[in-house]
Design a protein around this ligand. Structure first.
Ligand code: ZN
Length: 249
């Protein structure tokens, strides 16, 4: 059997939600992906930062870091909401020096195998939220002008699945949706969030990129939300950080 597989798991915004990450990693094992591309925010908000880093370490993984990873590494948190800053303080207390080194080793962006660009926020600003059509379009223009020959960019940060390309911005992507990548067309794609979905669907989100078939498949997988909810309370984190997981908001 040839060992080469052109399939990759795409994940983002895990946010220390171990139960959600385990469900996604199990699903990706069934999908036989060669490796996992992660768009940052491994930690923050949730109760299990150390366990999440442990679960990812040692896997075939290409990960960048997000704003919550940077806050954990000591970036100024004065401007962020108190509940978020509290969760960052909890994260700092919960991780080991080895976990910290792992986070510190992650770049802000990565060009994977000279063909897939990974960013956390947007192409022009690591902290920008690609939510509006205006911002989506501006980033698409930049992708077209500055990244000739690169056809795929994945981003996270908003916790909303999104497809920018083929002349439109697509939201509300149904689980199981298969995007057929057109030859020589560029796409900017958000797979949704593993550990804190905000699109009204509480199931953990991920995507599978198949370079052989030229497809990106959007998937959702249920996980034990109540387990994470009780871990949030046990960690002394604010209750709403658990409650919002039930609603997927
Ligand atoms: Zn995030």
């Amino acid at each position: 059997m040839p060992s080469f597989s052109p399939r990759y798991g795409i994940i983002a915004d895990i946010h220390s939600n171990l139960a959600a990450l385990r469900a996604v990693l199990d699903a990706l094992e069934r999908e036989h992906v060669a490796s996992i591309l992660c768009l940052g925010d491994l930690v923050g908000y949730g109760p299990d930062p150390h366990e999440v880093i442990k679960a990812l370490e040692g896997r075939p993984l290409h990960s960048i870091r997000g704003n919550h990873d940077r806050y954990t590494l000591g970036e100024n948190t004065d401007q962020i909401r108190p509940a978020t800053a509290e969760a960052i303080a909890y994260t700092r207390r919960s991780i080991t020096p080895a976990d910290e080194s792992f986070l510190a080793s992650l770049p802000d962006t990565e060009m994977f195998e000279d063909q897939v660009l990974l960013v956390h926020g947007s192409l022009r600003d690591r902290d920008e939220y690609i939510l509006s059509n205006e911002i989506a379009t501006a980033n698409y223009r930049l992708f077209r002008s500055d990244y000739g020959g690169i056809y795929l960019c994945f981003f996270g940060h908003t916790h909303f699945p999104m497809i920018i390309g083929d002349g439109k911005v697509v939201r509300q992507i149904a689980p199981g949706h298969v995007l057929k990548l057109k030859f020589m067309a560029q796409y900017i794609i958000n797979p949704g969030s593993v550990g804190q979905p905000r699109d009204g669907n509480p199931d953990a989100a991920y995507a599978v990129l198949d370079l052989g078939e030229s497809t990106v498949t959007f998937q959702r997988v249920p996980y034990d939300i109540e387990e994470t909810h009780s871990r949030v309370l046990a960690a002394g984190l604010q209750r709403h950080l658990g409650d919002r997981l039930r609603a997927g908001r």
